[in-house]
Design a protein around this ligand. Sequence first.
Ligand SMILES: Nc1ncnc2c1ncn2[C@@H]1O[C@H](COP(=O)(O)OP(=O)(O)O)[C@@H](O)[C@H]1O
Ligand SMILES: O=C(O)C1=C[C@@H](OP(=O)(O)O)[C@@H](O)[C@H](O)C1
Ligand SMILES: [Mg+2]
Length: 172
Amino acid sequence: MKKIILLGYMGCGKSTIAKTLSKNIGIPFVDLDEYIEKKTNLSINAIFDKHGEVYFRKLEHESFKELLSSADRFIIGLGGGTPCYANNHELLIGEDVLSVYLKASIETLFDRLSANKSKRPLIANKSDVEMKEFIAMHLFERSFYYNKAQYAVIVDDKTIDQVVLDIVAILA
Ligand SMILES: Nc1ncnc2c1ncn2[C@@H]1O[C@H](COP(=O)(O)OP(=O)(O)O)[C@@H](O)[C@H]1O
Ligand SMILES: O=C(O)C1=C[C@@H](OP(=O)(O)O)[C@@H](O)[C@H](O)C1
Ligand SMILES: [Mg+2]
């Protein structure tokens, strides 16, 4: 049974779409960040604060592999950085997965993230001007990894339900 993997930059909608897609197609979902938070009993912010990003990336890699090794079918909403570390991008193209890049423009990401940055340690302390520059540079660096996904869905100007329908069409 193929696992459905949603990936893309912070704010593209992975966690939201995973949850709504799950309801729509009746397959459970796991949000990788939530899985890590439950496993460690720490928030993502606390993991970055106490142990640093390198430790988080190790946990993220181990947790992603753990989820992939399970026999069950489910949807996995990755963290924005997951495909970009520890060769995790190689896990996006296996026969037992269906990976979808939720592709958003810098403007869409900026609009969504400026209202939702406190739980995201990489951007939590940035001003609007710094954040726009950061997103532009970071998205450019990360696109190489995101483009390893088997499918891409553009999310700009689409409602959550429209994005879910685009993914359902890929699954059909
Ligand atoms: N298609 C969409 N249209 C409008 N807002 C969206 C859409 N998808 C997600 N959002 C909003 O964008 C923000 C970031 O979504 P989230 O699912 O946390 O992204 P990610 O997990 O990729 O970082 C949330 O406030 C969410 O409600
Ligand atoms: O892009 C990243 O490196 C990160 C994205 C976050 O997930 P979301 O993409 O769900 O915000 C979370 O994993 C952590 O803050 C690091
Ligand atoms: Mg998320």
